[in-house]
Design a protein around this ligand. Structure first.
Ligand SMILES: [Fe+2]
Ligand SMILES: [Fe+2]
Length: 371
């Protein structure tokens, strides 16, 4: 079912590339976009009717029982996997992957106390308020609309460096670990990757991975649709998502179309077919896919870096394809640099600027990027 929605969005994107919207007179543009949105809504209702027709009266009870068993199995499996996790990752990265995925000699990881990060039990009220809003408002309907908004206009044109400078005005309300500025975080991440002698594309990802937070200055309704951990919408929310209880106020939580294990997806359909909650990861991934020459590994890091329920907690494995197994290791290679590089060390922006300007030029061929 999601394939249909994805195809429809792809079609919109294709039409957009064909200058469909640009060729319209200004007064016809809202009408055309509205027409497309209505077509998507009709599609959504068709899907909903189809699923409802297939359900019989005993379905709900059976489903609840099935879900409880699934939860239990999931929790047991995740516990077991966590136990062996560090050993598994080390062996797999050494045996199957490129050298750049080996973090065992990381300078960063040697000096860091990993227990000091993501301590949500000690989080400020602003973090809890943020997640209350995010969990209540990230619905399938909102996510479809956000993607339509994204695909149908260009918000700004500027260089990547200017975008980083612009982003510096944002304080991320979802982050319990740091109140440093965004440019400090971008440089800390990139510098930690560079110090560990990772490839230049990897360093570039470190620098720009959060650049999608620019969304906050354009179409966002708050911070809840820009930052924070991400998760799939359109299927049951995992209990491994931080502050899970706040989902009880999300309309999709009670919607039989979206609250089953697979919801609108099918087993092992692949994460590329899954709609992750809209925010800076999805936004930047889409920009970088079109406008950079970063390799697929770098794009995976950007798209999934906030998907903690998956890359850290081991949830949603039943949606993964074979290809996603590789992506998981890739994202886990990136994650320590994003998380553990947060410190009070401030780099000199002026001193580092020439190095990173050159790096940006290497992977973003056009001087101006369309945001
Ligand atoms: Fe991020
Ligand atoms: Fe980050």
């Amino acid at each position: 079912m999601l394939n249909e929605i994805t195809d429809r969005i792809e079609k919109l994107e294709h039409d957009h590339k064909q200058l469909k919207y640009q060729n319209l007179e200004n007064n016809k543009l809202p009408e055309k976009i509205d027409e497309d949105i209505q077509r998507l809504n009709r599609l959504k209702f068709r899907i909903q009717n189809k699923v409802e027709n297939e359900q019989n009266t005993n379905f709900k009870t059976a489903e609840i029982k099935e879900n409880d068993v699934d939860d239990l199995k999931d929790t047991r499996r995740i516990k077991k996997e966590k136990k062996d996790k560090s050993l598994d990752i080390k062996n797999e990265t050494e045996n199957e992957s490129g050298q750049w995925m080996d973090n065992s000699k990381s300078v960063l990881l040697k000096g860091v106390n990993q227990d000091q990060f993501r301590r949500y039990e000690l989080a400020y009220d602003r973090v809890k308020d943020f997640y209350r809003q995010q969990h209540e408002k990230q619905t399938v309907a909102y996510n479809i609309q956000a993607r339509i908004n994204f695909k149908t206009k260009v918000r700004d044109r500027m260089s990547v460096w200017d975008a980083l400078v612009k982003l510096n005005k944002l304080l991320d309300e979802s982050d319990p670990d740091t109140e440093l500025s965004q440019i400090d975080h971008a440089l800390q991440t990139a510098e930690a990757i560079r110090r560990d002698k990772k490839p230049r594309w990897f360093q570039c990802v470190g620098l720009i991975h959060d650049l999608g937070k620019l969304l906050y200055f354009y179409d966002a309704q708050g911070q809840w649709d820009v930052v924070g951990d991400t998760f799939p919408v359109g299927c049951r929310f995992s209990k491994n998502i931080i502050y899970y209880d706040y989902f009880k106020e999300n309309p999709d939580y009670k919607n039989p179309l979206y609250n089953t294990k697979y919801g609108i997806y099918s087993p092992h359909c692949g994460l590329k077919n899954v709609m992750l909650s809209w925010g800076h990861d999805e936004y930047m991934y889409n920009l970088a896919k079109e406008q950079s020459i970063l390799p697929p590994e770098g794009l995976a890091m950007i798209r999934y870096h906030s998907f903690y329920p998956w890359h850290r907690e081991g949830a949603y494995k039943y949606l993964m394809s074979e290809e996603d197994k590789k992506s998981l290791k890739i994202v886990q290679t990136f994650n320590p640099y994003d998380l553990y590089s947060k410190s009070d060390i401030r780099y000199s922006v002026d001193e580092l600027k020439p190095y990173y300007l050159e790096l940006i030029d290497e992977f973003f061929p056009n001087k101006l990027v369309e945001f």
